[in-house]
Design a protein around this ligand. Structure first.
Ligand code: HEC
Length: 208
């Protein structure tokens, strides 16, 4: 009797143990494959939450320096998803599954109490790029490019189709400093490349 009881307890705990092991395995597989975007029927659903990702820089191509109509008007606030940032600071590379968002912001004012300049106004558009072997097997570098901006920059769409490589990818391939990404304009990525904890700031600086 006692033996039977002991055996059933041990079988029971074995089953529990295997279940726990299995679900831990599934969880870690999930974490590995974690993506910050959803592609459905070939279209990227507009990502959310990116203003809480890692901010990498703000290039600015003001309309008034580009014949009144810059290709990507005005300020471009650029963010990378947190997992890809973690990978970048450890390895200095963009992982498969990287997503970078570029949110366009108008020039709101050209004067502040601090001086004349270009100050951020309102949101006027949203672009994205994704590196994925699974989703973009035939794109150079596996990078695909998307725009949620409407032509008049008055709103953003819910979904976006990838552009043909000639429209976006080709310029990134030929002119961007690091794996199709314009790191030459993103001090956070440049300073943090492969720097581990020091990438987060306060440890090293280009200032003497
Ligand atoms: C003529 C060259 C050129 C073309 C064509 C181009 N880009 Fe870019 N792109 C840039 C430059 C330069 C930057 C960085 C500076 C900036 O934002 O102005 C950039 C930055 C980006 C970024 C931020 C991440 C990164 O790779 O640096 C995204 C997202 C982006 N572009 C999307 C697009 C999309 C979508 C298209 C096609 C509709 C496109 N780009 C076409 C030159 C180009």
């Amino acid at each position: 009797m006692e033996l039977k009881k002991a055996m059933s307890v041990s079988i029971h705990s074995n089953v529990l143990f295997s279940l726990a092991f299995l679900s831990a395995g599934l969880l870690s597989m999930n974490a590995m494959a974690e993506e910050y975007f959803t592609i459905k029927d070939g279209e990227l659903l507009r990502p959310t939450g990116y203003r809480e990702w890692v901010y990498v820089g703000t290039p600015v191509t003001p309309n008034d320096m580009n014949n009144g109509k810059a290709a990507f008007p005005e300020h471009h606030n650029v963010y990378i998803d947190p997992k890809s940032w973690a990978h970048w600071k450890e390895t200095g590379e963009f992982r498969d599954g990287t997503i970078i968002m570029k949110e366009l912001v108008s020039v709101g004012s050209k004067v502040a109490v601090s001086g004349n300049g270009y100050f951020q106004g309102e949101y006027i558009g949203l672009e994205a790029t994704i590196k994925s072997k699974k989703h973009n097997p035939n794109e150079p570098g596996n990078w695909a490019y998307y725009s949620f901006s409407t032509p008049d920059h008055s709103s953003i769409t819910k979904v976006a189709k990838p552009f043909p490589a000639a429209s976006c990818n080709a310029c990134h391939q030929s002119a961007a400093a690091d794996d199709f990404v314009f790191t030459q304009y993103y001090p956070v990525l440049r300073a943090g490349k492969g720097k581990g904890e020091a990438a987060s700031g306060g440890f090293t600086s280009t200032l003497k």
